[in-house]
Design a protein around this ligand. Structure first.
Ligand code: ADP
Ligand code: ZN
Length: 606
C-alpha cells in the first residue's frame, strides 16, 4: 500500500500533519531523519508508518519503560503487530518475545536503552533485518538537554554492533540549538533530513493567574471542567499530597504521582488516570514524560515550573489530539523561592564535573528568569513562548489570557432583541418560562426531540441564531443577565424577562456591554464549534467509548481520541462507509468498534 493509503488504513487520517510527510519520505528513501516537533505534533506516525512499509523491523528506543506497554497496546489497537523489551518483563515473557521476534511476528519493537546490549537482545537482533532505529525523546542524549540519560549513549554503540547500519530517525520536542547539534553529532546522523515544524499549538489556551488563595482558585477552575480529564502540576511532593487530598475531599476523582511513592502505586495511579478511572492527576514533574494520553483537556500548574522549556513540555500534554484545551498557571511570588531552592540544591549528578555544574546552574537561573517574566508579562503569552523558542509570531494571538484582557464596548442590540424576543415568544407559546438550554436550542433551530415536541419550531424566533455556537449564545445571555435584562429564577432555573427588557423589545433602546476584545474568537475556540446537540451526542459517544474500553481492557483514548469523537458527533454517520470518513477511524478500528458506535449514533437519532 502507498503511504497515503496506509495513513488512512491504520490511523484513519486523511492528511499528514505539517512535517510528517517529509520525514516519512526521507526514511523511505533510506535517509537518516531528525524531526523536531512540539509535543502533540504527531511524531509517532513519522516512524510507525514507514516502519510498516520497510522490509524489516523497526526498533524504537524510548526512555520511559512504564509507557511501552501502552504504546504497544495502542499499536495493536490500530492493527499493527508490535512488542516491547524492557526490565518489566519476566524472563519467560522475554524469551517468548525474542522467539516471536525471530519468527518475524513484529513490525515495530519498543526497547529501553538499557536493554540494547543485553545478550538475549543482541542475539535475537543479529539474526533479524533491522530497517530502522527510531530514537524517541532524542534530546536525552545531550547533557545540555532537560533530561540527560547516560543510557542513551548506548544507542550509538548498539548501532555499531549491527551487521548493517539501519536508517536512524531521531525525534524530539526540544528546541534549543545546542541540544539539536548534540543529537546530530552524538547519534552520528548522516546528512539527515531535518524538519523543524512550528512550535505553536494553536488549540492551547495559555493563561497566568495571580490568585491570593490558590486552593480556591483551583477549585473554581476545576468546577468549570467537571468530567474533563486534566493534570495539576505541583512543585513539591508535599503540595501534591495536599492538593490531591483537597480535591478528593471535594469529591473529585483525583489521584497522585511523585517520586516518593512506591513504584507499584505510581503505576496504579498512572493507569487509573490513563484509563479515565480518575479524571484529575495531581503530580510533580516526575509525571508525564512520554505520556501520550491524547484526551487531556487541561493542564493547571499549581506552582510555577523552573523553566519555560519545562512549562511548555508539561502544558503541552494538554490537547494532543488537536481539540481545544487549557494551560493555566497559578503564580505566587513564593514559587520563585521554591524554584531557586531546587536550582541551588539540584544537581547531584555524579557524572558531572564541578565546572559543568556551575555552567548548568547559570543556565538554570537564566531559564528561571525567563519563566518569571512569562508569569508577569502583559503581552501575548503565546508570543512570549514562541519568541523564547526563536520562532516568529504575530503580536497578538487572540487565544491567551493577555490577549483576552482588553475590554471594549460593544453594541449587541440586534442580538439582544433576538434573544429577548425568543424568551418572550416561548413564554407566549407555552404559557410559562423555560430554562436557558431550551432558549439556546430554539435560537439554534435544534431538531432535538423535546424542542419539536414542545412545538418550539413553530415559534417565530426558531433558528434565528443558527450560525452561532451554543456557547456564544449562552455568553450573550450571561451578558444580558449582567445587564439586568434577563434573570435566572433559581428555584426552577428558568430564564425570565425583566422590566428593563421591555425597553429593548418595545421602545427600541439599544444595548451596550463590555466584552473582551477577542471574545468571538475565544468563544468559538472554547466550545470546539459544537452545537448543543453535538455536545450531547459527544457525551453519548464518550460513554460508548468507556464501555468498549472496559470490555477490551484498553484505555479509552486508545479506542478513539476526543478529536475523533467530536468529528463523529459532527458528521453523525449512519452507515459504515460514512463512519470510516470520520477523522481517526482506520480500517481495523472501524471493523472492531464500528458497529457499537453506529448503534449508539442510531439510538441518539431517534
Ligand atoms: P507526539 O509524539 O509528537 O507528541 P503523537 O504522535 O502522540 O504526538 O500524536 C499526537 C496526536 O495526534 C495523536 O492522537 C495522533 O493520533 C494524532 N495525529 C498524528 N498524526 C495525525 C494526522 N496526520 N492527522 C490527525 N491526527 C494526527
Ligand atoms: Zn495571545
Amino acid at each position: 500500500m502507498e503511504k497515503q493509503a496506509l495513513l488512512q488504513h491504520y490511523f484513519g487520517y486523511g492528511e499528514f500533519r505539517p512535517g510528517q510527510e517529509e520525514l516519512v519520505d526521507g526514511i523511505l528513501a533510506g535517509r537518516d531523519v531528525f524531526g523536531i516537533m512540539p509535543t502533540g505534533g504527531g511524531k509517532s506516525i513519522c516512524y510507525q508508518l514507514p516502519g510498516l512499509m520497510l522490509p524489516g523491523v523497526t526498533l524504537v528506543v524510548s526512555p520511559l519503560i512504564s509507557l511501552m506497554h501502552d504504546q504497544v497496546m495502542a499499536l495493536k489497537a490500530a492493527g499493527i503487530p508490535g512488542a516491547y523489551v524492557n526490565s518489566s518483563l519476566t524472563f519467560p515473557q522475554l524469551r517468548a518475545v525474542y522467539r516471536n521476534m525471530l519468527l518475524g511476528k513484529y513490525k515495530i519493537i519498543y526497547v529501553a536503552p538499557e536493554r540494547l546490549q543485553s545478550d538475549g537482545f543482541l542475539e535475537a537482533v543479529e539474526q533479524m533485518n533491522i530497517s530502522m532505529v527510531a530514537v524517541d525523546e532524542a534530546h536525552c542524549i545531550s547533557q545540555w538537554g532537560q533530561d540527560f540519560r547516560p543510557s542513551y549513549l548506548k544507542i550509538v554503540e548498539f548501532i555499531r554492533l549491527l551487521p548493517r547500519r539501519p536508517v536512524i530517525a531521531a525525534f524530539t520536542a526540544t528546541a534549543t540549538q545546542k541540544v539539536r547539534e548534540d543529537v546530530k553529532r552524538i547519534l552520528d546522523l548522516r546528512s539527515p533530513v531535518e524538519v523543524v515544524t512550528g512550535f505553536d499549538r494553536p488549540n492551547l489556551w495559555f493563561e497566568v493567574r495571580h490568585p491570593d488563595m490558590k486552593d480556591g482558585e483551583l477549585l473554581r477552575l476545576l468546577e468549570a471542567r467537571k468530567r474533563r480529564s486534566g493534570i495539576v502540576y505541583c512543585a513539591t511532593r508535599k503540595s501534591v499530597e495536599q492538593v490531591c487530598q483537597l480535591l478528593t475531599d471535594r469529591g473529585y476523582a483525583a489521584t497522585r504521582y511523585h517520586a516518593g511513592l512506591e513504584e507499584r502505586e505510581r503505576m496504579e495511579n498512572q493507569n487509573a488516570f490513563l484509563y479515565d478511572e480518575k479524571t484529575v492527576m495531581v503530580a510533580t514533574n516526575a509525571f508525564g514524560m512520554g505520556i501520550d494520553k491524547s484526551n487531556v483537556n487541561f493542564v493547571i500548574h499549581y506552582n510555577m515550573p523552573k523553566s519555560l522549556e519545562a512549562y511548555y513540555q508539561e502544558a503541552g500534554r494538554a490537547g494532543r489530539d488537536g481539540s481545544n484545551a487549557d494551560c493555566i498557571l497559578l503564580y505566587a511570588p513564593r514559587d520563585v523561592q521554591t524554584a531557586r531552592f531546587f536550582i541551588e540544591n539540584g544537581s547531584d549528578n555524579e557524572d558531572l564535573t564541578e565546572e559543568q555544574k556551575e555552567v548548568i546552574k547559570k543556565q538554570d537561573y537564566e531559564r528561571l528568569e525567563a519563566m518569571v517574566t512569562y508569569c508577569k508579562t502583559r503581552t501575548c503569552l503565546r508570543g512570549w513562548i514562541l519568541e523564547y523558542f526563536g520562532q516568529k509570531h504575530p503580536e497578538v494571538c487572540g487565544n491567551c489570557g493577555s490577549c483576552a484582557k482588553e475590554y471594549e464596548k460593544k453594541d449587541i442590540t440586534k442580538e439582544a432583541q433576538m434573544i429577548l424576543s425568543c424568551v418572550r415568544r416561548i413564554r407566549d407559546h407555552l404559557g410559562y418560562y423555560v430554562g436557558k438550554p431550551t432558549v439556546v436550542r430554539t435560537l439554534q433551530g435544534s431538531r432535538e426531540k423535546k424542542t419539536i415536541e414542545l412545538g418550539l419550531n413553530e415559534v417565530s424566533t426558531y433558528g434565528l441564531m443558527k450560525t452561532m455556537s451554543a456557547n456564544a449564545i449562552k455568553e450573550l445571555i450571561s451578558r444580558l443577565e449582567d445587564g439586568g435584562y434577563l434573570v435566572t429564577e433559581l428555584e426552577h432555573q428558568t430564564l425570565r424577562l425583566t422590566e428593563k427588557a421591555s425597553g429593548v423589545l418595545y421602545l427600541g433602546e439599544s444595548v451596550e456591554v463590555l466584552v473582551l476584545k477577542q471574545e468571538e474568537k475565544l468563544q468559538r475556540l472554547d466550545d470546539d464549534g459544537m452545537t448543543e446537540d453535538e455536545r450531547e451526542l459527544f457525551d453519548l459517544l464518550r460513554e460508548c467509548r468507556s464501555r468498549l474500553a472496559r470490555a477490551n481492557g484498553v484505555a479509552p483514548f486508545m479506542i478513539f481520541s476526543n478529536a475523533t469523537l467530536m468529528d463523529m458527533a459532527r458528521k453523525h454517520p449512519t452507515n459504515m462507509t460514512a463512519f470510516k470518513r470520520v477523522s481517526g477511524v482506520g480500517e481495523m478500528k472501524a471493523s472492531w468498534y464500528g458497529k457499537e458506535f453506529l448503534k449508539a449514533l442510531k439510538g441518539a437519532a431517534k
